[in-house]
Design a binder for this molecule. Structure first.
Ligand SMILES: [Zn+2]
Ligand SMILES: [Zn+2]
Length: 416
């Protein structure tokens, strides 16, 4: 085979999938079937038929049968009227036809088969171009017609296709490996946590999951206490005024859950601990003798992440941090940073996590004077050298109020 165009193959396979399903279940109405990453899918209204993953093998066999007939893909231009006649028994295609503005529509017909689909192409010329060992139907899912909850739930059949059988094999092996390592799968298998649609991005922890969390916090607490940290718990919701003062109201508002009371007060759910830590600091008169003052917490935080970006425990709307705010004088910077880096090593080593550091230096917009910035940056470079860990420097990546050190790590998916 020459000039393999995998996108064309995936697209053509979607049609063959639809044709196979119609062959096996004549009552169905097929809706749409686009190409997606690594493959394709088709949304199908199975009417009263119930199909399960076990049926995928049967459908796949049918597809192979069609492919091996070496059929040509025939393109035809027809009028709106003709199209409406052809698809008169398919409400989904009719809906699509009504929305097409051109007078002439393009349909695709499989040579020797009765299957006709509404499609602009492009397709492969002949099913002969498909290597039957390079594709596979993988899973079923429910999908609303046109993605709207008000419409009927259709059955989505997914398939993957590659240029060679080897590529398919590698892909499937990887998927298996990944699903075995996926924390969502493990969490479910071990009955540690779950999610409910009434609280997207906010985990329910089971008794078993909570045992792990409590032990982690216990370890965290002991380790920090030994280093002189004082643990605090601060309010989960705070008046707007606090966030106006901290700058979050102007710069972080779109990521915050906001609540209004009947007394016409506006509150925000705490998205980070910093503003409350500042209140802890200022509620007493502090002396230089109090420094370094190290306060720590694991309070619950809420951030309004977009629903589409939520992902298990990796991207959530409710979480807690191993957090601390350390008030120091300039001559404490080096010793405190070294202590911190020791803490990082202690915790990450516990979980066998490999990591490196990244220093972010003074950005274009900053507060304070340049000498203090330079001094702090130099100390941080010195600390990073002493750490013995790999690090790089990202010029201008510091926070507007000071340079920062990020900790970078890779997960099992190779994500940094
Ligand atoms: Zn097509
Ligand atoms: Zn903070």
């Amino acid at each position: 085979m020459q000039n393999i165009n995998i996108e064309k193959i995936r697209h053509s396979l979607a049609h063959i999938l639809a044709e196979s399903v119609i062959d096996l279940y004549p009552e169905v109405e097929v809706a749409i079937g686009p190409v997606v990453e690594n493959g394709f899918y088709y949304d199908i209204d199975f009417k009263n038929e119930n199909i399960s993953v076990e049926d995928l093998q049967k459908i796949e066999t049918k597809m192979v049968e069609i492919i091996q007939k070496k059929r040509k893909f025939i393109k035809k231009r027809i009028s709106q009227g003709e199209a409406k006649k052809i698809f008169s028994k398919n409400r989904y295609k009719l809906e699509l036809i009504k929305e097409i503005e051109e007078k002439k529509l393009t349909i695709y017909r499989s040579e020797g088969g009765n299957f006709i689909d509404l499609c602009k192409g492009p397709h492969i010329a002949d099913t002969d171009e498909i290597d039957v060992k390079s594709f596979k139907l993988t899973k079923l899912a429910g999908a609303y017609w046109r993605g709207s909850e008000n419409n009927k739930m259709l059955t989505r059949i997914y398939g993957v296709a590659f240029e060679t059988p080897d590529e398919l094999k590698i892909y499937l092996e990887n998927q298996e490996k990944l699903s075995g390592l996926d924390h969502k799968t493990i969490g479910q298998q071990m009955d540690l946590f779950f999610f409910d649609p009434t609280a997207p991005g906010m985990a329910y922890w089971t008794d078993k999951g909570l045992k792990i969390i409590n032990q982690l916090i216990e370890y965290w607490r002991n380790t920090h206490e030994a280093l002189g940290y004082k643990e605090y718990r601060t309010p989960l919701i705070n008046k707007k005024e606090l966030y106006v003062k901290s700058g979050h109201w102007d710069h972080y508002n779109q990521h915050m859950f906001i609540a209004n009371t009947k007394e016409k007060e506006i509150y925000g759910l705490k998205p980070m601990n910093c503003p409350n830590a500042m209140i802890v600091y200022k509620h007493k008169i502090r002396s230089y003798k109090d420094l370094p003052l190290k306060i720590s917490d694991t309070d619950t935080l809420h951030r309004l992440e977009k629903s589409g970006t939520l992902n298990g425990l990796l991207r959530v709307r409710e979480f807690s941090q191993d957090d601390a705010h350390i008030f120091i004088s300039c001559d404490n910077i080096e010793s405190q940073y070294l202590e911190l880096i020791g803490l990082v090593e202690k915790f990450y080593k516990l979980f066998d996590i490999d990591y490196s550091f990244r220093l972010g230096t003074r950005p274009d917009k900053f507060i304070g004077n340049k000498e203090d910035w330079k001094k702090s940056e130099n100390i941080l470079v010195k600390v990073l050298k002493k750490s013995g860990k790999n690090y790089d420097i990202l010029v201008g990546d510091g926070a507007f109020y000071g340079p920062k050190i990020d900790i970078l790590m890779n997960d099992n998916y190779g994500r940094s």
